[in-house]
Write a protein that binds this ligand. Structure first.
Ligand SMILES: Cc1ncc(COP(=O)(O)O)c(C=O)c1O
Length: 381
């Protein structure tokens, strides 16, 4: 089946967060991480069918949802999980916050790599817990962990490490040896790791598989909280549903206790969508990845031609973290937005010399955005 990723669909009418951001209707919104594509047709049909029944009362999890996830993980990355390990929750950001509550007592600290998707930082703050930043190092554009600094900074008060793999905003798809090195440092200090792997299906390094942190060794399995979700993969962020995978029973029980009464139940349509996506979404997902890699290549080629800008990868995600530090611009985000390209401001992630551009959109729109960027840079004096 041929899927249509080219048609431009109006999203303002549905009060899309992405499309309501900029007052100027001429600015192309390319910031928050959702794509301007319809999700798999089977998901749309499943939602319509469920809607037709007309009663939207309290609803239990679809019987096979966990086993569908279990199957997907085994097939894609060889991670064999026990269904018992899975806790469903209404979104991954909920999981970041609950992980803080679970692993950190007042006075304890989470170590957070920077730059990072801001809700990691908010989670520590929301829970009145401490936060210690470790700067990622830029190795020819690839953002990598600074093991020396982590090893030096980590101490007995650092009870949790927030790991984002693939990384948002940098797009790094960490390799097994890299993850293992982090796990070893955490093991020495008895630090628990919360691994947000929400982007782990959106990979461009096709010669490698995603490595789940919990797969690397026994310490990692017993001392980790892995957060996953079908919503990024299948583009259904408005139907919040995520999973926390926690092999350690005590940690899992504490996590569940900390969610109780605070995390809302998962919506009828979110469950329906998650099940349909895992069960039927594979052909759509394969077609999506083919489309996205071409978008990724286009962004890389065109940005690479502009003096003062550079872009590595991304190895994963549909987010391009564009380095503007050689551009001489004081505020690169303003410059892009004034050129009509509504990027996500770099300072939201902790580095105002970068902008983040979401290329999960029809090719013609991406071409228009790139041409606006090129024109604006060529007209600079
Ligand atoms: C790393 C990361 N975690 C979590 C989320 C959001 O998760 P949710 O919408 O399920 O709360 C995002 C969205 O962009 C993300 O990039």
């Amino acid at each position: 089946m041929k899927y249509d990723f080219d048609t431009i669909i109006d999203r303002v009418e549905t009060r899309s967060t992405k499309w309501l951001k900029f007052d100027d209707p001429d600015i192309l919104p390319m910031w928050v991480a959702d794509m301007d594509f319809q999700c798999p047709p089977e998901v749309i049909d499943a939602i319509k069918n469920r809607a037709d029944q007309g009663i939207y009362g309290y609803t239990e999890r679809p019987i096979e949802l966990t086993s569908l996830l279990q199957q997907r993980l085994a097939e894609r990355s060889g991670w064999e999980i026990d269904p018992e390990w899975v806790t469903w929750m209404p979104g991954v950001v909920v999981g970041l916050n609950v992980a803080c509550r679970t692993t950190l007592s007042p006075g304890d600290i989470a170590m957070v790599p920077s730059p990072i998707y801001r809700p990691f930082v908010y989670a520590t703050d929301n829970m009145n817990r401490g936060m210690l930043k470790t700067d990622l190092i830029n190795v020819q554009g690839r953002l990598e962990l600074d093991y020396e600094s982590i090893d030096e900074l980590i101490n007995e008060d650092v009870k949790m490490f927030f790991f984002c793999n693939p990384h948002n905003p940098g797009g790094t798809m960490f390799k097994k040896e890299e993850i293992k090195k982090l796990v070893d440092i955490c093991e020495k200090n008895k630090t628990i790791i919360c691994a947000d792997e929400i982007h782990s299906d959106l990979l461009f390094e096709t010669n490698r598989k995603h490595v789940h942190l919990a797969q690397t060794n026994e310490y990692a399995a017993n001392n980790s909280i892995t957060l996953l979700s079908p919503t990024k993969t299948f583009n259904m962020q408005g139907l919040p549903c995520g999973a926390a995978i926690i092999p350690n029973p005590e940690l899992r029980q504490e996590f569940r206790r900390n969610m109780r009464g605070i995390a809302a139940h998962i919506g009828v349509f979110a469950y329906t969508a998650a099940e349909a996506a895992y069960r039927h979404g594979e052909p759509w997902y394969q077609a999506l990845m083919e489309y996205l890699i071409e978008n990724r290549n286009l962004v890389r080629n065109e940005i690479g031609k502009i003096e003062g800008l550079s872009l590595y990868g991304p190895e994963a995600t549909y987010l391009a973290w564009i380095d503007c530090s050689d551009s001489g611009l004081d505020d690169p985000s303003d410059f892009f937005i004034n050129a009509g390209v509504g990027v996500h401001r770099g300072d939201y992630f902790g580095d105002n010399k970068f902008v983040r551009l979401n290329f999960g959109c029809p090719r013609s729109r991406l071409e228009e955005a790139l041409s606006r960027i090129k024109k604006a840079f060529s007209q600079r004096n």
